[in-house]
Ligand binder design. Structure first.
Ligand code: ADP
Length: 451
């Protein structure tokens, strides 16, 4: 780019130089031709003047010369002998002039010559004409004055161009350095997008500002995406660690009991039954974790094959399946209202399973569960143990379980509310809990797309 801009500038400068020279040359040519016209007029009028002033050619020469300084006027005989001159006395001169212009004047009546007789920078125009039969009038006009602008331009314009180029080089280099540093800033931002603050668009040249604003916007988006990717990666790692932990514990217990049975540690049928029961329970725990992991995976899938689901219908089914637990704790359940939702049946089932299952498990003896269904909203309220405020923001995280004495004797995987939250989000809804420890909890799911 640098070279290109310089080339363009140089071409421009040369064009200006050529134009200026051509213009000055044109002016000089015009001036020269006007001068020629003037001298010719003097030559043609000279016959009359010489006739009038016979005998005093010197005075006439001086008079003519005075009319157009720095004109020099000389009267000659055809042999070149000077009769009169406007500047010198013919007696002091060599007294002999026979230039080509005089020769031509003798042959053709008039002649002219452009020469450097006055010096290398002082051209002169000589014009001669035959007047009064044998008298030759020679006019010499030094052109240094007329051609001065041209000479001046020839000398000064290249110098001016050189100075302009030096100035251009300086200012262009400054501009280039500034542009370089601006682009460098963008490159640094792109390379280390996570570590720097974005500069203000005003820090860039207005010509590149729109592009920079767009780049900064993309960098911001890239940062957000990177942050999201990091978060997702961390969550995956955490999930895998928690899932392994959730499966390892029951598996260790199972292996422990199996080993003890193998080594004959259970010496009575009661002990054997006790160990086998424990193995079965731990196996069920493992199965529950695996089942919930699969449900969680499914809950993250994009919704497909939707049908209009009656939430009251599904809530009734869930209540029936939980009947043994309700009965065991003496908890009463009521389902009020109705609403429908375009969804997958298994998703609504998993959502209500989780919320209603928890409402029984974390309830007290003889407690109550109320499921309320209204358009766009589903509420599951219990008057159980409630949740302490510090746990509330965490209970929707996978594998998070509130650890408190006796409470988590209720079997669980810590995945139920994550499944419920994922399903709510999947259908454009939100999940929210209001809870008072010792008094109970209200879980509310709001669906945007309700019917
Ligand atoms: P799990 O019930 O399998 O432990 P969840 O994800 O369903 O896992 O619940 C996370 C935690 O939230 C539970 O361990 C429990 O402490 C608390 N919790 C959930 N529902 C209720 C509720 N209705 N009342 C009190 N605590 C609850």
């Amino acid at each position: 780019m640098n070279r290109r801009v310089r080339r363009i500038f140089l071409t421009g400068m040369l064009a200006v130089l050529m134009a200026a020279l051509a213009f000055t040359a044109l002016l000089s040519v015009l001036q020269l031709s006007a001068l020629r016209g003037g001298l010719r007029a003097v030559l043609s009028a000279a016959s009359a003047w010489t006739a009038d002033s016979t005998g005093d050619l010197n005075t006439l020469a001086k008079d003519i010369a005075r009319s157009a300084p720095p004109l020099r006027v000389t009267f000659l005989l055809p042999e070149g002998i000077v009769l009169a001159d406007s500047e010198e006395d013919p007696r002091d001169m060599l007294g002999f002039i026979l230039g080509p212009e005089v020769e031509r004047a003798l042959k053709e009546g008039s002649g002219e010559r452009l020469s450097l007789d006055g010096g290398p920078f002082s051209p002169v125009l000589d014009m001669a004409g035959l007047v009064s039969g044998r008298l030759v009038l020679r006019l010499r006009y030094p052109l240094s004055g007329a051609l001065r602008p041209l000479l001046f331009s020839l000398l000064t314009l290249p110098l001016l161009i050189l100075l302009l180029m030096l100035w251009q080089r300086r200012s262009f280099l400054k501009l280039q350095r500034e542009l370089d540093s601006q682009l460098c800033l963008v490159r640094e931002l792109l390379e280390g997008a996570g570590d720097q603050d974005s500069p203000a668009p005003e820090a860039f040249f207005p010509e590149i500002r729109p592009a920079i604003v767009e780049i900064l916007r993309l960098i911001d988006r890239m940062r957000d995406d990177l942050e999201q990717i990091r978060k997702t990666r961390d969550m995956r790692r955490e999930f895998i660690a928690n899932a392994s932990h959730g499966l390892k514990n029951p598996l260790t217990a199972i292996l422990g009991f199996a080993e003890m049975l193998q080594e004959g540690a259970a010496d009575t049928p009661e002990k054997q039954a006790e160990y086998l029961h424990a193995i079965r329970q731990e196996g069920q725990r493992m199965m529950a974790v695996i089942k919930d992991i699969l449900l969680l995976e499914k809950a993250e899938e994009a919704p497909a094959d939707l049908e209009e689901i009656s939430l009251a219908g599904v809530a009734g089914e869930v209540a029936e399946s939980l009947l043994p637990q309700f009965r065991k704790k003496g908890v009463r359940i009521t389902i009020q209202g109705e609403t429908t939702l375009p969804a997958r049946r298994e998703d609504i089932r998993a959502l209500l399973d989780s919320l209603m299952g928890n409402a029984v498990r974390y309830n007290r003896e003889g407690g109550q569960v109320e499921v309320r269904l209204e358009p766009g909203r589903l509420t599951v309220q219990d008057n159980g143990i409630g949740i302490a405020p510090e746990h509330v923001p965490l209970i929707f995280e996978p594998f998070y379980r509130v650890e408190s004495d006796g409470q988590n004797s209720a079997p669980g995987t810590g995945l139920g509310l994550s499944i419920a939250a994922n399903i709510a989000h999947k259908y454009g809804g939100t999940i929210h809990v209001d809870s008072v420890p010792g008094e109970g909890s209200v879980f509310t799911v709001s669906f945007v797309r309700s019917v």
